[in-house]
Write a protein that binds this ligand. Sequence first.
Ligand SMILES: *[C@@H]1O[C@H](CO)[C@@H](O)[C@H](O)[C@H]1NC(C)=O
Ligand SMILES: *[C@@H]1O[C@H](CO)[C@@H](O)[C@H](O)[C@H]1NC(C)=O
Ligand SMILES: *[C@@H]1O[C@H](CO)[C@@H](O)[C@H](O)[C@H]1NC(C)=O
Ligand SMILES: *[C@@H]1O[C@H](CO)[C@@H](O)[C@H](O)[C@H]1NC(C)=O
Length: 462
Amino acid sequence: MENLCVLLFPFLLLALLLHGPGSVTALRNRDGSEEWGYVQVRPKAHMFWWLYTSPHRVEHPSKPWPIILWLQGGPGASGVGIGNFQEIGPLDTNLKPRNSTWLQKADLLFVDNPVGTGYSFVENNDSKLLAKTDEEAAIDLTTLLIHIFNRNQKLQKSPLFIVAESYGGKYAVTLALSALKAIEDGKLKLNLGGVALGDSWISPEDFVFSWGPLLKDVSRLDDNGLQKSNNLAQKIRKQIGNGQFVEATRSWSKLESVISSSSNNVDFYNFLQDAGSDSATTSAMEGVGLHREIALTRYSNYLTSMRSSSGGGGGDLKTLLNGVIKRKLKIIPENVTWREQSREVFRHLQADFMKPRINEVDKLLAKGVNVTVYNGQVDLICATKGAEAWVKKLKWKGLQSFMRKDRTAMYCENDRKTKGFVKSYKNLHFYWILGAGHFVPTDEPCVALKMVGQITQSPAPS
Ligand SMILES: *[C@@H]1O[C@H](CO)[C@@H](O)[C@H](O)[C@H]1NC(C)=O
Ligand SMILES: *[C@@H]1O[C@H](CO)[C@@H](O)[C@H](O)[C@H]1NC(C)=O
Ligand SMILES: *[C@@H]1O[C@H](CO)[C@@H](O)[C@H](O)[C@H]1NC(C)=O
Ligand SMILES: *[C@@H]1O[C@H](CO)[C@@H](O)[C@H](O)[C@H]1NC(C)=O
């Protein structure tokens, strides 16, 4: 196998490693700035990763160069596709350089997580192998980190920041705890720098209770809509309290569709806008009761429909990832078709989807890990109002001091317009990003880049 690959791709191949069980298959580009591969995280379950080494690396005596692990949401949405090409990677979907890439501040590691997402796959499409809980996903991710970090001493010197978006926040906190355990047990050689939760689904109950009042305050719902929304939120609270998590997931998708119809189709990722160009299809699907199908894939379709409606043209992610990128990477099996989001992966997590992860945040804070929460001002699905509500539920002993502190305003370059606010106390940090919806790095690239430099204490010039 090794020889065959060397024969086929001598110009590209610098590393191909195959170890027995838990095998690693990896390739590198010519100058070593990119590396990617599969790790078999469990028998027949293969997770794809892609590491970019920054060309902007700065050596600093007291500030090590950081590395960011980006965790996409969905669940089941591809970080290798969406996070990389539509949000923070070096190239956009037209393969043009992105001037706001987070590579300016750190190395970047993308993964398709959990298995079944994007290029990651389970053999014979055996859905029994898909993760059913955030913890199962976190264990797979820990196995991935063991394979990537333990063999790379240079990487071990870089503090790892787990930066998540949306549902990815739930994996991020479970992964951080699982990785810390593996570090303590001597199984993982890694220096955890911190966790950043971008518009993250940490407490579903707090988010569903934020939707009605927020939309009422900005005239997008009237009292009738507010009441319908709150009634369903109450039902969800009861179901969560009774441990009826699958039922709570069903009520959540019902609530999304009630809000859509009462608000004439507000956009869940930016409440100042109407939902994207596929709204005709959406209403047709709603007409036949397919609320869940709509709710499931809204997340992964958002950035694509935003681009097409703004006339950006070109750059279709599916064509890109199944075409030129798949050819470049060489190691993606022919019968693995890249999709923006896997419904199967989401469906397997439906009993975990509505479970809160506030306790996990508390555990990280108690261990002294830096935890950052950042939120876009006009996000609805993970609204700032809901994020502030779950933060107030923390049992962390620094909370009262955190609440009392004043915020610092943020600006970008020479622009004197307020772009955000930040507040920190000990190891809890909160960024309010003005003007951004759910997809903060795409909506407000300049201030997002500045923020990520601060979160990672990057030695890169600001
Ligand atoms: C990036 O490009 C945008 C649009 O072309 C421009 O407005 C912005 O100033 C650029 N930012 C940087 C950091 O060069
Ligand atoms: C692709 O096909 C091979 C051979 O037929 C099979 O072993 C493998 O499981 C398939 N992969 C997936 C993801 O279904
Ligand atoms: C894998 O299985 C799911 C459902 O079990 C199905 O929807 C999907 O099309 C299958 N994919 C392939 C490549 O066979
Ligand atoms: C947490 O972040 C602050 C900067 O915001 C830094 O001074 C501190 O050393 C970090 N703590 C840990 C444990 O990494």
